[in-house]
Design a protein around this ligand. Sequence first.
Ligand code: PGA
Length: 257
Amino acid sequence: MTAIRPLVAGNWKMNGLGSTLGELADLRARMKAAPVPDADVMVCPPATLLTRAAEVLDGSDIALGAQDCHPLVSGAHTGGISAEMLADAGATAVIVGHSERRIDHGETDALVNAKALAAYRAGLTAIICVGETEAQHQDGKTLDVLRGQLQGSVPEEARAADTVIAYEPVWAIGSGLTPTPADVAEVHGFIRSVVSQLLGEGESSAMRILYGGSVKPTNASELLFVPDVNGALVGGASLKASDFYGILSVYCDPPAT
Ligand code: PGA
């Protein structure tokens, strides 16, 4: 398999005001002053901050992503934000199917699939999230759940160039708990094999599969160099530039201190 360039994406979730943009400026400065991580870097602030974040990041190597999109282009959908609107605001990617949307908003695999197609339509990369709940994990259903989510959520049109899969065990998100590196390796290898069945070996061998769930500077080196892990989707630890850079620094050579 050819080397896949890792991606570390920060998901700010429903956090961040104009005053928080200083963290983005701080991150930009750290990436210029300190060793540059050998990885693609992205920040996904709330939609309200996209335009201003795009200004802060203009000309930097930090990409801008969004956290969700409506499947349709436009119309009478109060509160909805289309993928085209996100692209217009400066985003180049969008997270779809995050477990918080699947759980809080009842999003189905079919809806997530439609949102990924909307992302492609607008020229955005789709970061498609999958992950089992704690109960499913305890019942030994993890791989079955993931197979179903991938079959339902990943469009036939998905290509490695515009699609990223994020494996986020629901029980690991925001909990400080993480799977063992061996479990992460098994699950990521399984995800790649399902993607191969869905899209073919060529796409699956080039597709980035991120791990997400309680990634911190202290555990990043343990989790991110596992086979078939091509980066991270980071929640809480992406809100502070120092923590986020601490995670990115595992991709620096020599490691940043
Ligand atoms: P966490 O969130 O890093 O705070 O666990 C990860 C995510 O939900 O993307």
